[in-house]
Design a protein around this ligand. Structure first.
Ligand code: SME
Length: 164
């Protein structure tokens, strides 16, 4: 009788994040462009979570958040400092969890389908160089586990130099 060793798919949020953290460590390729690396990071998150929208906005030379690699429906391309949830995360240098986006003053609605959101800043030498933005159709989708692991991931992403 043979015993099959099958690597089980992670079932809960914590296991999924632990798998992604391991994968991303191996996935980030210093010989590739930031676009390739950022694209793979949001693809890895989507592979395990299948969020409504998951992607990056990066601070461009005009000092605006400009749409970067993402997965999901088309999105707004430029966001000003302190505008929307992304701009607020940039200004505060903090992760922002919004259980109901319709109650967030100044929320920028790229899609009417999104109901909750988490935005995590990417900080290089104490400067925000961009944000990771994730949207969900569910209300109240994001919690402290998302914050902890996405911040861990963004520390890894912050090693990648972005050039416009
Ligand atoms: N809702 C974001 C804008 C970006 S989209 O959700 C992809 C905000 O308020 O900053």
């Amino acid at each position: 009788m043979s015993i099959e060793f099958t690597k089980s798919e992670p079932t809960n949020k914590l296991e999924r994040y632990q798998t992604i953290v391991e994968q991303i460590n191996a996935l980030i390729d210093p010989n590739c462009s930031w676009v390739a690396n950022y694209a793979n990071v949001c693809a890895a998150i989507q592979q395990y979570f299948n969020h409504w929208w998951c992607g990056f906005y990066l601070v461009n030379p005009e000092n605006k958040l400009e749409l970067g690699p993402f997965q999901g429906p088309v999105a707004c391309t430029l966001i000003s400092y302190n505008k929307g949830i992304c701009g607020a995360s940039w200004a505060k240098k903090e992760t922002i969890i919004v259980p109901n986006v319709h109650e967030f003053e100044g929320h920028i609605a790229c899609s009417s389908e999104s109901n909750s959101e988490i935005v995590v800043p990417i900080i290089q030498n104490n400067t925000v160089i961009g944000v990771l933005d994730i949207d969900s159709i569910q209300f109240n989708q994001f919690d402290e586990i998302d914050k902890e692991y996405l911040e861990k991931l963004m520390k890894m992403v912050a090693q990648i130099r972005v050039n416009f």
